[in-house]
Structures are given as structure tokens and as C-alpha cells.
Design a protein around this ligand. Structure first.
Ligand SMILES: [Zn+2]
Length: 246
């Protein structure tokens, strides 16, 4: 089965580089006050709401896609071909719900062999009355998620684990089965930077632990010396003891 998915659009959306809000706003402006099939007139939404809806779409898609990517991670190590649906239950449920409510078209190969092509009906250009970019953006995010979870891209997609980057990118074929001990990185430079940052953090943690241990030892020594000095040299304590025993 080959699921139609525009990998470039998915990557652009995940990386916040998509053009969804521009396209949707242009479409709504172009069809302003046109009569819709249900008898309503098309009224564009507030201009700002298109960009807000696109941000919401990116946020939703990232949260579900991250859940899927994390299903192949353990203690920072990552292996793309170990990702599994059991580790991404919420994403799978959202995708299943979307598929149930979306028309699906299956085209069987004309030459009688190979995989059928599966295409989901787009929610993008259907609307009635006042445009609702937020509802459409949520539906678009769910549709892209469903297509992603059924496509080969689900194993090829990766996220740069350098905290200052976080870019989504496509893994080269040979790297899908490889165990990435420190996670996946979009470039050698980010791999090095993240590894150096982790080594520095570990050195700091080790130094902190050593200092804490030393402080605890010092405190124990000081307390035992201090109690010895008090009990042997303080006349008040000696006198009190003497009176108590008499
Ligand atoms: Zn990066």
C-alpha cells in the first residue's frame, strides 16, 4: 500500500516553515461572499486567525509525531526501525479517528501488480459560511498524521536532538536501522555540539558530587572534634554533670 503524503509539506509544517495560513487566507479572500453549496455565503475569518491556526496545526502535529519518534528511543539512544504503534497510542487513536471520518480513494495498479495507491480526501478546501481556520487546521494536522503513520516516512523521519536546534529531517536509508547512541542529529556539527554539551554537563555533575561528598566529610570531622572539645574543656558542662550526679 502506498499512501499519498507530501513529505516536503510535512517537514515544512513540523519545522514551522509552511505556507498553509497564506494559502488559506488567499483562498478565503478570493471566494469572499461566494455562495457555498449549502446556501451560505463564504465569509473570511479575521486575518490574524489564519496564522494562529497554522501555529496550532504545527503544535498538534509535532506533539503526535514526537510521540511516535519517542517510541524508538530509550535513555537517549534511538533506533528508527524500532518505532512502534504501542508506544504512540494517542497518535494512533487520533489518526484512526481521522481515517474513520475521511473519504478514502484506493487506486489499484493498472498493470495488475504492485501496491495500490491510497489517497485521503482533503479537508482543506471545503467550508461553509464563515471560514473556520482553526477547525480546518486541526483536521489538516490529523490527516497529515494519519498519512504519516501509514507511510514509509514514519521510519525515515528524525528530529535533531541538539536542544538548540530540534529540526525535523529525513534520515538516509542506511541510518534507519542504525542504533544512534546519542540520538539523531541534523548535522555533524550539531552532533558534536550536543555531545560536548553533554560531556560538560556530566563533568559538572561529577564535580558537584565530589564537592558535596567532601563537604559532608568535613562536617562530620568538625562535629566530632567540636563535641570532644566541649565535653572535655567547658567548665559549665563539667559542673552541671558534677551537680547532676551528686
Ligand atoms: Zn540540528
Amino acid at each position: 500500500m502506498k499512501v499519498a503524503l507530501n513529505a516536503d509539506v510535512l517537514l515544512e509544517t513540523l519545522n514551522g516553515e509552511g505556507k498553509w495560513s497564506q494559502q488559506r487566507k488567499s483562498w478565503a479572500d478570493m471566494h469572499r461572499f461566494q455562495l457555498r453549496p449549502n446556501g451560505d455565503f463564504m465569509i473570511p475569518a479575521e486575518p490574524d486567525s489564519y496564522l494562529q491556526a497554522e501555529r496550532k496545526m504545527e503544535e498538534l502535529l509535532r506533539s503526535y509525531v514526537d510521540q511516535w519518534l519517542d517510541s524508538g528511543r530509550l535513555d537517549g539512544a534511538e533506533q528508527a526501525n524500532r518505532r512502534n504503534y504501542h508506544g504512540a497510542v494517542e497518535a494512533v487513536n487520533r489518526a484512526s479517528l481521522c481515517v474513520m471520518n475521511t473519504p478514502v480513494r484506493v487506486a489499484f495498479p493498472e498493470d495488475g501488480s504492485g501496491d495500490p495507491d491510497v489517497t485521503f480526501g482533503s479537508t482543506r478546501w471545503h467550508t461553509s459560511g464563515k471560514d473556520d481556520p482553526l477547525a480546518l487546521a486541526e483536521a489538516e494536522a490529523a490527516l497529515m498524521l494519519a498519512q504519516f503513520l501509514m507511510s514509509d516516512l514514519r521510519f525515515q523521519l528524525a528530529k535533531c536532538r541538539y536542544p538548540k536546534c530540534g529540526k525535523y529531517f529525513s534520515l538516509e536509508n542506511g541510518k534507519v536501522r542504525r542504533l544512534h547512541r546519542n540520538g539523531t542529529f541534523c548535522s555533524t556539527a550539531h552532533n558534536r555540539a550536543a555531545t560536548a554539551a553533554e560531556a560538560t554537563r556530566k563533568r559538572r555533575d561529577d564535580a558537584d558530587q565530589r564537592l558535596l561528598k567532601k563537604a559532608a566529610e568535613f562536617f562530620r570531622t568538625w562535629r566530632s572534634k567540636s563535641s570532644r572539645v566541649k565535653s572535655s574543656s567547658c567548665p559549665c558542662i563539667a559542673g552541671t554533670k558534677a551537680r547532676t550526679h551528686s
